[in-house]
Write a protein that binds this ligand. Structure first.
Ligand code: FES
Length: 482
């Protein structure tokens, strides 16, 4: 029987076996009066609670989720709850960008002897959930077909089209090529507007090298495949941060790398350019300057304003100087430590929670599950072991429903918490133009707020914040439940 208004809500509780489960038992043995809405799942330790457990419960109809473990310093495995505290706080601050009310999730600590505290916690939390409306079912949310209105903030002249350093770059690569297995660069793809990765092993390959605003692949994505071999790589500001992050995680070795660093000129938003050109047979000419894109398409000249066709994140990115370089080539502004503003995130911030849920429902209905976002991400290093495809554990159903697609994006974003370097490959490679980078950008913002301005990829010696803990967390205020 529900103790509240004869109306039961679906509340899921993940309780650590050693303390909170014992605390709930103590309350039961003492016949303490408590609401009955909570369904308890016993876990070995609060550190076992993957934030995805919580999101999955909330997306599948839970009205609230409560996680409870041993008090800090009482964890039976030493530090499980310290790690859990960081992860769960990040999750609580992540939920609003998905359109989920963060009041639907809470975490706390209850020991086995604290039957009365357990009674207090479960009663307060249940009352709070009852004070909210029943959770909206994702399937029933009205899709919000609202065009993105983006406010761009231009931080620096991008210098699109400048190529005066190309000869110097080729010379530097040529000097080192004999000592390297290969050098990772770019070459022309199916036409002048498209570039693909180039693995330079000879002087002939070097002639094909291209470095301009069409070269949007983050080459760092290929580095783990070259571990154990000496290779060179060309990087720009945000790509160098991806490289540093892989070094931090021990996935690549610094002594096996030669880094050729370029100033970033900004990258073209190719789907936008293609949309402007319409269907074409032949692209006979392309000239890129800071002000104009001059194209010759099917015998006709077309001129577009460059600023209207750049990737949105490039326009506001002040981050042109690579944090790590063996051969810096070109002129740098010296700004490397600031995170780019994400205009899509500013747009989402302006929406209500229900509108955000509707926005994701509308956007992700376009997703074709090609996984290009994941496959192009330099931080997605699980490759064939990705849990989105695993059958054991079975996180994701094979259904192509919008909810499953949304959950896939949440899996990807949460795996990047504290690791995303903001290169924007996920969004740039999405053939359906879904603004998924906003989820990663929001998590980056949360991580920065919680961990003293931490940004992934700036310091090869730093420990990512979710891989460590502090016994006293300066920026995490825990609830007292008083
Ligand atoms: Fe209870 Fe780790 S054993 S939180």
């Amino acid at each position: 029987m529900s103790a509240l208004a004869n109306e039961e809500r679906r509340i899921v509780g993940f309780l650590c076996n050693w303390c909170s489960y014992g605390g709930a038992d103590t309350a039961g043995v003492a016949r303490a009066n408590q609401p009955t809405d909570l369904r308890i799942i016993r876990v070995p330790c609060s550190g076992r609670v993957n934030p995805l457990f919580v999101v999955k419960a909330l997306l599948n109809g839970a009205d609230g989720v409560l996680v409870s473990g041993c008090h800090p310093r009482d964890c039976h495995y030493g530090s499980g709850n310290f790690y859990a505290r960081r992860r769960l706080e990040v999750l609580k601050r992540f939920l609003p960008i998905l359109g989920i009310d963060p009041q639907r999730f809470s975490y706390t600590w209850v020991s086995a002897s604290e039957g009365s505290r357990w009674q207090q916690v479960v009663t307060r939390f249940t009352e709070e959930i009852h004070a909210l409306e029943p959770a909206p079912r994702f399937e029933d949310v009205e899709p919000l077909e609202k065009a993105l209105t983006l406010t761009q903030e231009k931080h620096r002249p991008l210098g699109v089209g400048k190529q005066d350093w190309l000869a110097k770059l080729k010379e530097a690569i040529s000097d080192k090529l004999a000592d390297l297995d290969c050098v990772l660069g770019w070459q022309q793809g199916r036409d002048l507007l498209h570039s693909v990765p180039l693995f330079i092993q000879s002087a002939d390959d070097l002639q094909k090298l291209r470095c301009d605003a069409t070269c949007h692949n983050n080459l760092v994505r290929y580095l783990p495949d070259f571990k154990g071999r000496k290779v060179g790589i060309i990087v720009r500001g945000c790509e160098a941060k991806s490289l540093v992050q892989l070094l931090q995680e021990g996935i690549i070795n610094r002594e096996e790398l030669v880094i050729f660093a370029l100033p970033c000129q900004g990258l073209l938003d190719l789907p936008l350019v293609e949309e402007a050109l319409g269907r074409y047979q032949k692209l006979e000419g392309l000239e890129i300057t800071d002000s104009a894109l001059k194209l010759r398409v099917d015998g006709k000249d077309v001129t577009l304003a460059t600023a209207d066709y750049l990737q949105s994140r490039c326009l506001s990115c002040p981050n042109d100087t690579p944090v790590l370089a063996d051969y810096p080539i070109g002129e740098f502004t010296g700004e490397s430590a600031t995170t780019a503003q994400c205009p899509e995130l500013a747009f989402l911030d302006s929406l209500s929670l229900t509108e955000r849920l509707g926005f994701w429902r509308a956007c992700l209905s376009r997703c074709i599950l090609c996984h290009a976002c994941r496959n192009s991400c330099p931080m997605c290093v699980c490759r064939d072991q990705c849990i989105a495809e695993s059958r054991e554990p079975h996180w994701q159903s094979a259904k192509a429903s919008v909810k499953e697609k949304f959950f896939f994006q949440i899996i990807h974003a949460l795996h990047l918490a504290g690791r995303c370097t903001g290169c924007g490959q996920c969004q740039a490679n999405c053939p359906m133009g879904i603004p998924i980078f906003a989820l990663r950008a929001h998590l980056n913002r949360v991580i920065s707020e919680l961990f003293d301005g931490y940004q992934a990829g700036l310091d090869p010696k730093a420990v990512p914040p979710l891989l460590t803990y502090a016994q006293e967390e300066a920026n995490i205020q825990e609830r007292s439940w008083e």
